[in-house]
Design a protein around this ligand. Structure first.
Ligand code: CMX
Length: 134
């Protein structure tokens, strides 16, 4: 794992949550994007070395909607920036780590993403995020 790329935070309503981040904490808003493969609308904020990703559910079926229903708003996942995601996934699988999919999916900004089951990571949902950078 090269570095933490972003921290995902589940919110019920992006428009309600954003002013806290942009006006109170004064973090620059980098962009807002709908990620239909994950049933979320996301907003990225610049927090120095890493980004914060606010995740608002679209509909009631996705992972973030379920998370908020069960656990409320708050920290949802930590994303590691990686290169060659398929190889990283194979390495993790060989070490017995349960991944949540066999193939990477398309995430925000066109990155290839995959998740490790939180049960495999002592209660933390980790994402691998490959933006094609070396
Ligand atoms: N962090 C830590 N633990 C989590 C968690 C999270 N974000 N989400 C669920 N869990 C825990 C639950 O508390 C539960 O633990 P217990 O069995 O002790 O109660 C266990 O994992 C199973 O969870 P669940 O509520 O039964 O929910 P599901 O099994 O339906 O889904 C998960 C959990 C992680 C498999 C699902 O959320 C998933 O597939 N996540 C990956 C995709 C994703 O999160 N996408 C949204 C982000 C998109 C983006 O960044 O663009």
């Amino acid at each position: 794992m090269k570095k933490v790329d972003h921290i995902g935070i589940a919110v019920k309503d992006l428009q309600l949550a954003l002013p806290y981040y942009t006006e109170v904490l004064q973090l620059p808003l980098l962009g807002i994007e709908e990620v239909s493969s994950q049933n979320v609308t996301v907003a990225f904020l610049d927090a120095g070395n890493i980004k914060l990703e606010l995740l608002e559910p679209i509909g009631e079926e996705g992972a973030v909607a379920k998370f908020i229903e069960k656990r409320g708003e708050g920290m949802h996942h930590i994303a590691f920036g990686v290169s060659s995601i398929q190889e990283r996934m194979e390495e993790l699988k060989a070490k017995g780590v349960q991944l949540l999919q066999d193939q990477p999916k398309q995430g925000a900004g066109g990155a290839a993403v995959a998740f490790m089951h939180p049960k495999a990571s002592f209660g933390v949902l980790y994402e691998l995020c490959d933006k094609g950078e070396k």
